[in-house]
Write a protein that binds this ligand. Structure first.
Ligand SMILES: O=P(O)(O)OC[C@H]1O[C@](O)(COP(=O)(O)O)[C@@H](O)[C@@H]1O
Ligand SMILES: [Mg+2]
Ligand SMILES: [Mg+2]
Length: 333
């Protein structure tokens, strides 16, 4: 019988190896399942249920959650918190607490656009809630798997960010980038511009100044992207820089944005910090926040450090005409 590991372990601290092997193994199964969408099953079909956050679930959301719950049990996880579960699942024994968005970008399942899994690891506490209702700076690891033209695992276990690619010939991940770092220069931003009229002033001002291009206060042209898969946006930003914004807005239910602090923003923020980038809710760095409730949402801005700082500065002076930033030459990035 083959003893091949799903993930090389050089960059994985010994206590985290069983869990990381389990996550890697489950994600390889999920990648294979996704590649067969429509052959046996329609993975984007409605599961006729809603999750705790009020989103309608797809068949793949539910299957991915089952898969990672089993992986958690096999990998020494005591407490499992999932975007798809109302409450923390207490697995009884183990050293770790795993928070997970088992399937991110569900609206893209049937469009054959990249989707992913996002996860965050804490040391297990005494009670299920205490494992997750804590400062997000206590994460011991965070990462995502992107199921795209290439399936890749991008992870930090506290010492930089490593990128692995799935080799379908061997069925295992291979280390392809031992130290991922976000390029400091970029002219790209990502935002769902259809929500423009709902945004707060500082976000509108920032985007207005980008869209004004060479004729505006920034004096240069920008490029915009919106994939509607957070993992895919994060992967692009880690590869070539830029900034992502999902602000709070005035639609009902979006008062604190759309994305969840525990399952999505905290892990991406840890990856960014380890790759030389930044992440904020506009006012506070994400890594200085504390999870108060499992499914809580937060405005989320992340990416190239100088861009994140610039957007935070727009929040500090929302009433000042945005052109002042350009004239004063502040944060030119
Ligand atoms: O459809 P919208 O409002 O543009 O939101 C897209 C965002 O929602 C998400 O799909 C939310 O994640 P889920 O698919 O896990 O619910 C993000 O991946 C993406 O960035
Ligand atoms: Mg998600
Ligand atoms: Mg999801």
């Amino acid at each position: 019988m083959s003893t091949r590991r799903a993930l090389p372990e050089t960059h994985v601290p010994e206590p985290l190896r069983p869990l990381m092997q389990s996550i890697a193994t489950a994600s390889i199964s999920l990648a294979r399942l996704i590649a067969r969408n429509g052959i046996e099953h329609k993975l984007g079909a409605d599961a006729e249920a809603t999750n705790a956050g009020g989103d309608s679930q797809k068949a793949l959301d539910v299957w991915a959650d089952d898969l990672f719950l089993k992986a958690a049990r096999d990998g020494g996880v005591r407490h499992y918190a999932s975007e798809e579960q109302d409450r923390v699942v207490d697995l009884g024994a183990g050293d770790w607490a795993l928070a997970i968005d088992p399937l991110d970008g569900s609206s893209n399942i049937d469009t054959n656009v990249s989707i992913g899994t996002i996860f965050s690891i804490y040391a297990a506490a005494d009670t299920p809630d205490a494992s997750f209702l804590r400062p997000v700076s206590e994460q011991v690891g965070a990462g995502y798997v992107i199921y795209g033209p290439q399936t890749a695992l991008v992870v930090t276990l506290g010492q930089g960010v490593q990128r692995y690619a799935l080799d379908y010939d061997t069925g295992a991940f291979v280390l392809v980038e031992p130290q991922v770092s976000i390029p400091p220069e970029s002219n790209e931003f990502a935002v769902n511009a259809s929500n423009y009229r709902h945004w707060p002033k500082p976000i509108r001002a920032y985007v207005d100044d980008c869209v004004a291009g060479v004729d505006g206060p920034r004096g240069k042209n920008f490029n915009m992207r919106w994939i509607a898969s957070l993992v895919a946006e994060a992967h692009r930003i880690l590869a070539r820089g830029g900034v992502f914004l999902y602000p709070a807005d005035d639609r009902k239910g979006y008062e604190r944005g759309r994305l969840r602090l525990l399952y999505e923003c905290a892990p991406i923020a840890m990856l960014c910090a380890q790759a030389g980038g930044g992440a904020t809710d506009g006012t506070d760095p994400i890594l200085q926040m504390r999870v108060e409730t499992l499914h809580q949402r937060t405005p989320f801005i992340f990416g190239t450090r100088a861009k994140v700082a610039r957007i935070a500065a727009y929040h500090d002076m929302p009433e000042i005409e945005s052109a002042l930033f350009g004239r004063r030459g502040l944060f030119r990035s």
